[in-house]
Design a protein around this ligand. Structure first.
Ligand SMILES: [Zn+2]
Length: 584
């Protein structure tokens, strides 16, 4: 019922300010260009975002670049026939998410985007999941610019921020005779959510400040008809961005009306289809009304190439109108396995170009390395709010591996739950499963600390919520989540009462060794930075390769042995009650 209402609202909102009626159909108002004739300029922006390694369709035949190309080509020929021109934009995060892509450094994804004819992309935070040299390599494959105005180089000698940007800040495109400047922005959260070493030579500025600077540069150096932003900052309804950095809505609101005509975004991975200031109840095939904030259109096409966004713009007498907007589902299926909309044929050129990457990936990944008699729980909602068997298994795998390969015996393990990206289903386990759980290629690390340091460290991380919520193994410890609420002056050391660590008693004077990944050790997910600690060691071995080794030496996993209730686990207390975590 809600959807019908939305469809009605979209028709009026998008086609409202229109003069006259179409003679052949009195119910359909004319668009600006239909009313004005030749004086009007038509152009269409086609957009996707958050590809995350989905160059190939999934096992159900959904999305994939080959079907995406078919739809894009159809739009292009349709628009050209009506006297318009198109441009194809990506809101970034091409990297990370599918093992076949990850193992090949997203080469097939950037090749595919070049074949599809992307005109530009925003640089996403996941572009920094690999060392900068990998991103530089990807930039040589991409036949289009990577745009980011708010990423600056640091001087390698002094570490000082320079005024030199790492990427092109904007590019001016001629589209059907109009000069449109497209500015790129990357979320300022990036240094918090990638392995800090990958961005150590870069400085990220706040897009809400940077945009004034770039607009002044465009004003000084270019003659343009309008300015768009291509962003990877996230869309948050009514600008309520919570603990995330401010996104597209706040960017639009920071400007004078008319300074920025549209934002094509990514990062929050939602279909931006609005009903007032709230998200509409959207299912594939529904009408979609993009956001408009302070006169700026804001659009985002969910994620993974599930949709191709199509925005048909019309420009007349200095005014931009949106004649129509659609999120076109790319072979998405409902729960019964039926297509939401008519099946789209895959483009053969794309298949021919990418098939051998898909096959190479399959061969590497399909080898069975272990099996499990039950689900290993890594679902985002669960793993970020409670201890799970997969969290226990991961911390145990890393700890055991460090103990087996290095001098000290590991007393416990800490794993930020934001680094656990998927569950493992009962049955065979392949390297594919391993890489789906741990796609980031972080290193296993360990550190030896005094009891006093350990207590302060755990007091800090035990209170983290969301992706910072720690999976901890094996230990008995009581975390008083509300200690700071009750007494704002409470020191972290007052908050945690560690009773024992593994088989050892805990006291402040003894030394303890724990394992973790280098991502959190270097401050990722807002963990305390411990890479400078005298006894910190980065083993330079990837988390996924260690986990793979663990499964290979444990060929039949029994989930009961990893139940969080066994082998010691932290107890979180709030208001006298035992809770799952310190998350409120
Ligand atoms: Zn992102």
């Amino acid at each position: 019922m809600t959807n019908k209402l939305i469809k009605g609202l979209v028709a009026t909102a998008v086609l409202a300010a229109l003069a006259g009626c179409n003679s052949s159909d009195d119910d359909t108002p004319l668009t600006a260009c239909e009313a004005a004739g030749d004086a009007c300029t038509r152009f269409t922006v086609i957009h996707t975002n958050d590809n995350h390694g989905r160059f190939w369709q999934n096992s159900d035949g959904e999305y994939g670049m080959a079907a995406r190309k078919t739809v894009i080509d159809q739009i292009r020929s349709e628009v050209e026939r009506s006297g318009g021109e198109t441009m194809l934009l990506s809101g970034g995060d091409i990297n990370t998410g599918v093992p076949e892509s990850d193992m090949q450094n997203a080469v097939p994804d950037f090749m595919g985007m070049s074949i599809l004819g992307y005109d530009a992309m925003a640089v996403g935070n996941h572009e920094f999941d690999n060392p900068l040299s990998t991103l530089d390599m990807q930039a040589t494959i991409a036949q289009f610019p990577m745009l980011a105005a708010n990423i600056y180089k640091k001087d390698p000698n002094t570490e000082q921020v320079t005024d030199e940007r790492y990427f092109e800040p904007y590019r001016v495109f001629d589209i059907n005779g109009l000069q449109i400047a497209i500015i790129g922005f990357t979320t300022v959260d990036t240094p918090k959510v990638v392995s800090p070493g990958n961005v150590a030579s870069l400085h990220f500025t706040d897009p809400q400040d940077e945009i004034h600077k770039v607009l002044a540069e465009i004003e000084a150096n270019e003659t343009v008809d309008m300015v768009f932003a291509l962003t990877h900052m996230g869309h948050y309804a009514d600008g309520k961005h919570g603990t995330e950095a401010p996104g597209d809505v706040m960017l639009a609101r920071t400007l004078e009306q008319g300074q920025l005509q549209a934002i094509i975004g990514g990062h929050s991975q939602n279909p931006v289809c609005m009903e007032g200031d709230e998200y509409a109840d959207f299912t594939p095939g529904d009408a979609c009304k993009p956001d408009i904030q302070n006169g700026t259109f804001i659009m985002q096409a969910h994620e993974w190439g599930k949709y191709v966004g199509r925005a048909d713009f019309e420009y007349l007498d200095g005014a931009l109108t949106l004649a129509s907007y659609k999120l076109i589902p790319i072979n998405l299926k409902d729960d019964e396995g039926n297509f939401y909309t008519q099946e789209i044929e895959q483009d053969q050129i794309v298949i021919d170009a990418l098939q051998h990457y898909q096959q190479a990936g399959q061969e590497l990944l399909d080898v069975v390395i272990s099996s499990t008699d039950g689900k290993l729980e890594g679902d985002r909602d669960r793993v970020r709010s409670e201890q799970t068997n997969l969290g226990q298994l991961l911390t145990r795998a890393y700890g055991d591996w460090v103990t087996a390969n290095f001098e000290p015996t590991v007393d416990f393990g800490v794993m930020n739950s934001g680094g656990i990206r998927a569950s493992i289903a009962p049955g065979d386990i392949s390297y594919r499963d391993v890489l789906t759980v741990q796609p980031f290629g972080n290193d296993v690390a360990y550190v030896t600390m005094s009891g006093t340091e350990v207590q302060a460290y755990l007091a800090n991380v035990a209170q983290k919520t969301g992706g910072g919520m720690p999976q901890l193994y094996p230990m008995e410890m009581i975390v008083h989540c509300d200690a700071v609420d009750i007494n704002p002056d409470a020191t972290p050391v007052d908050i945690v009462d560690i009773q024992s660590l593994g088989s050892r008693d805990f006291n402040l004077e003894s030394e303890y060794t724990f394992s973790l990944i280098n991502f959190s050790a270097s401050g990722g997910d807002d963990y305390p930075v411990i890479t400078g600690h005298d006894n910190y060691i980065d083993t330079q071995r990837s988390d996924a390769s260690v986990l793979r080794e663990y499964f290979e030496s444990n060929p039949s996993i029994k989930v009961a042995e990893y139940a969080p209730g066994d082998g010691g686990h932290p107890v979180f207390m709030r208001g006298g009650d035992i809770v799952n975590s310190c998350a409120k």
